[in-house]
Design a protein around this ligand. Structure first.
Ligand SMILES: N[C@@H](CCC(=O)N[C@@H](CS)C(=O)NCC(=O)O)C(=O)O
Length: 211
């Protein structure tokens, strides 16, 4: 398997998940700042021009929820999803859906308004500013949802899961929002700090920092 990732991007989520299950994989870095996601070489892998992309048996799989669910299912013993049929299982996929369809899209509106309005449009700044507020609202919604969990719990239940892994990268983007995460999102911050103590998380972070 080959994981295409970019440092500081959402692709650290499948990177962590692959480290958690301990299967062999190759990590290939894409420099978004240099526009490598639109290079002919990468577009041949993912014509959508985004990371993460996971190549399995010559086929490319994209979209965080699909990648995380796929990786978790590769090694059920790692228990990266709650048992199917439980409420925790529903919560886990509720997180993946919310993060993908609401938080990530709001952040894209903030940072990449070109996905919403034409380049040079007079609405550019207004769209981006509204995207920032939408992202802050989504961050507060994450904290509210985590606050409904008992102290010390993970996002989807008593056990660590791909829901926590999916929450990880977005927390790191808060500095761009000018949001003080320690005071605004203390539960999310504590969850991320707990994750950083996991060897798999440390391995993924170290690889992305070193490459
Ligand atoms: N819906 C996609 C979103 C992927 C995405 O937007 N990735 C960003 C990095 S976090 C990216 O590749 N951006 C490059 C670009 O927009 O040019 C997913 O869930 O994987």
């Amino acid at each position: 398997m080959i994981l295409y990732y970019a440092p500081t991007a959402c692709s650290i989520a499948p990177h962590i998940a692959l480290e958690e299950i301990g299967v062999p994989f190759e990590a290939r870095r894409i420099d978004l700042g240099k526009g490598e996601q639109t290079s002919p070489e990468f577009l041949a892998v993912n014509p959508h021009g985004r990371v993460p992309a996971l190549v399995v048996d010559g086929e490319t799989v994209t979209e965080l929820p699909a990648l995380l669910a796929y990786i978790a299912a590769l090694k059920p013993e790692a228990k990266l999803t709650p048992p199917p049929g439980t409420l925790a299982y529903a919560r886990c996929f509720e997180w993946l859906g919310f993060l993908s369809s609401s938080l990530h899209v709001a952040y894209a509106q903030f940072r990449r308004p070109g996905r919403f309005v034409a380049e040079g449009s007079p609405a550019w700044d207004e769209v981006s500013d509204a995207g920032r507020l939408n992202t802050i609202a989504a961050f507060r919604e994450v904290e509210r949802r985590l606050g409904a969990r008992p102290d010390g719990a993970w996002a989807a239940g008593d056990a660590y899961s791909i829901a926590d892994i999916n929450l990880f990268p977005f927390h790191g983007w808060a500095w761009r929002l000018d949001l003080d995460m320690a005071s605004e999102c203390p539960r999310w911050t504590a969850l991320v700090e707990r994750m950083k103590r996991r060897p798999a998380v440390q391995r993924a972070m170290a690889r992305e920092a070193a490459d």
